[in-house]
Design a protein around this ligand. Structure first.
Ligand SMILES: [Zn+2]
Length: 113
């Protein structure tokens, strides 16, 4: 499963970050997921919940912030947001575009005790 691999990656990063700090509990994990990652909120949260059982992250709340896909038209340079499938350029109507953002997945912040 796609989400499980992502959860594993996030988990490893968090463990690395809290290592060496006096953290007894992780309350909240806020992540940013671009629309292109295909992350589904419910699946991701469920995976996370199961994966962190019996770890220091048990009970932590996962908050997912979505970022839209931003592309730039290769013909006229127009930058616009689009859904999936990609919309044609809002200025010139072309469908040749470069992806600027939307494929990112990273930890925004942690709330720890
Ligand atoms: Zn254009």
């Amino acid at each position: 499963m796609h989400e499980l691999a992502m959860v594993r990656g996030i988990y490893d990063v968090i463990c690395e970050q809290i290592k060496g700090h006096k953290v007894t509990r992780v309350m909240q994990v806020r992540i940013v997921a671009g629309a292109l990652t295909g992350v589904e909120d419910m699946t991701m949260k469920l995976c996370f919940e199961m994966y962190v059982q019996r770890t220091p992250l048990q009970g932590a709340e996962l908050v997912i912030r979505r970022v839209p896909v931003k592309v730039q038209c290769r013909i006229c340079g127009n930058v616009y947001e689009t859904g999936i499938p990609f919309a044609a350029c809002t200025v010139c109507g072309n469908k040749k575009m470069k992806i600027l953002s939307g494929d990112e997945l990273y930890i925004d912040s942690l709330e720890v005790e």
